[in-house]
Write a protein that binds this ligand. Structure first.
Ligand code: ZN
Length: 147
């Protein structure tokens, strides 16, 4: 295919959810149980398909929303956080255990890996960028290149 950078287009869609977490190693406030109104921005870059699209926004929503729903109103629990795991063993509240510290950076990496797999059928895509915002003033970003 005759293709250069200038033939690529980027589209983005935003998602929102509420989630609790804590950073056990943190010496400030973040070691406490707290939550954020998270914003996820999914940016897909590619060449246009026969319909003039990078990816249908509807398809992107169908792919991303189940992941967001898994996290919404849950506590995101680092698998090494035994204090919280003990709590959830006694109190069956919504929580998701992940094998990483629950920073926005790691969360961006998790979303990038999960979504990249689901985007594999879209052969016209060239990269995926994930932005996770814990606050209005901060974000962590991860980019995955395809092909
Ligand atoms: Zn936090």
């Amino acid at each position: 295919m005759n293709e250069d950078q200038s033939s690529r287009t980027r589209i983005a869609k935003d998602f929102h959810w509420e989630m609790g977490h804590r950073l056990p190693f943190h010496e400030g406030g973040c070691r406490n149980i707290h939550g954020h109104s998270y914003r996820l921005q999914v940016v897909a870059e590619g060449v246009l398909d026969e319909h003039g699209m990078v990816i249908d926004y509807f398809d992107l929503k169908e792919i991303v929303e189940p992941l967001v729903a898994t996290l919404d109103h849950a506590f995101l629990c680092d698998a090494n956080d035994t204090a919280m795991l003990n709590f959830f063993a006694q109190n069956p509240l919504k929580h998701v255990v992940v094998p990483f510290l629950t920073t926005a950076e790691n969360l961006a990496g998790w979303f990038a890996a999960e979504i990249a797999v689901l985007l594999q059928p879209y052969r016209n895509l060239r990269s995926l960028t994930i932005r996770v915002c814990e606050t209005e003033r901060t974000y962590a970003e991860r980019t995955v290149q395809f092909h």
